[in-house]
Design a protein around this ligand. Structure first.
Ligand SMILES: *[C@@H]1O[C@H](CO)[C@@H](O)[C@H](O)[C@H]1NC(C)=O
Ligand SMILES: *[C@@H]1O[C@H](CO)[C@@H](O)[C@H](O)[C@H]1NC(C)=O
Ligand SMILES: *[C@@H]1O[C@H](CO)[C@@H](O)[C@H](O)[C@H]1NC(C)=O
Ligand SMILES: *[C@@H]1O[C@H](CO)[C@@H](O)[C@H](O)[C@H]1NC(C)=O
Ligand SMILES: *[C@@H]1O[C@H](CO)[C@@H](O)[C@H](O)[C@H]1NC(C)=O
Ligand SMILES: *[C@@H]1O[C@H](CO)[C@@H](O)[C@H](O)[C@H]1NC(C)=O
Length: 221
């Protein structure tokens, strides 16, 4: 609690992230993916709507939604739904999630997910409006690529210009309009409390757009 407050006070009120312009050489283990300290999984639960996704290896799907819910003390369920509007293909996938390092101090936003990525990194979220999620994909035996998603809570007005993202041309806004309604039943089974459990962060978090400067990734030129 005390260390959290100190952390919030010393970091500049800016969020920066440089997107990689190409594939990176090496295994995913060599990717330095920034993750949020003092990550609170309970506040991360609930429904997230996809606003932006990486273009590299884009599968052309839209209407993306993620639903996180608690399963037991250790495991969480994640349901991801999306639709390819052009082909009409609807995809719903259920995954099991747990904190990668639940006992670290502080706990970082690193989630083990039993999908093709294996790990989701949360570089930043305010829990109530937006969340950034990254995943590393090994494109072949020698190269990897980092994906980025910008998610928002349902109804949240997210403007990508709130954030300092280098390489936004590598992201595309995804469709979230009437074409998405009714394709999937609402799988939102988690009650998300809008109140923050911590007085310090309740004061600090809404007052700044973002809290971290992420270590910039090496640009591949
Ligand atoms: C990741 O961080 C380590 C330690 O700071 C550094 O040695 C390494 O070069 C970094 N890797 C990349 C790809 O930036
Ligand atoms: C939670 O569920 C997982 C997966 O079914 C299981 O391996 C684990 O033992 C459970 N943990 C608790 C605390 O019940
Ligand atoms: C939730 O996750 C647990 C543990 O992995 C799994 O046993 C269960 O089937 C999942 N529930 C749903 C609805 O996907
Ligand atoms: C892996 O992919 C990169 C980027 O497309 C390419 O430059 C490299 O030659 C590939 N390596 C192998 C072993 O296929
Ligand atoms: C996807 O869902 C929509 C809305 O329910 C439905 O009209 C469409 O047929 C579905 N597509 C497929 C391939 O089942
Ligand atoms: C999800 O559940 C929460 C808590 O019950 C509720 O406030 C929210 O409106 C629900 N979202 C949707 C899309 O139904």
């Amino acid at each position: 609690m005390f260390s959290k407050l100190i952390f919030l006070l010393i970091v500049p009120a800016v969020f920066g992230i440089n997107l990689q312009v190409s594939y990176q050489q090496g295994p995913c283990q060599s990717a330095n993916v920034s993750t949020m300290p003092f990550f609170e999984m309970d506040r991360f639960l609930g429904e997230w709507v996809e606003h932006y996704r990486s273009l590299l290896l884009d599968d052309q799907d839209d209407c993306g939604k993620n639903y996180y819910s608690a399963f037991n003390g250790t495991f969480y369920n994640l349901t991801e739904t999306k639709t390819n509007i052009a082909t009409g293909r609807n995809t719903s996938s259920a995954f099991s999630v747990r904190l990668a390092e639940p006992l670290s101090n502080p706990v970082y936003g690193k989630l083990l997910v039993n999908n093709e990525y294996g790990m989701y990194y949360v570089p930043l979220t305010d829990y109530t409006r937006y969340a950034f999620v990254q995943a590393c994909e090994a494109v072949n035996s020698t190269h990897y690529v980092l994906h980025l998603w910008l998610l928002g809570r349902p109804g949240a007005n997210i403007n990508i210009n709130e954030f300092f993202i280098g390489g936004t041309d590598l992201l595309r806004p995804t469709i979230q309009d009437d074409r998405c309604i009714g394709i999937f039943p609402n799988t939102n089974t988690t009650t998300v409390s809008p109140t923050t459990p911590d007085g310090a962060s309740a004061i600090m978090v809404p007052s700044v757009l973002a809290l971290l400067i992420l270590k910039a990734f090496q640009m591949f030129v």
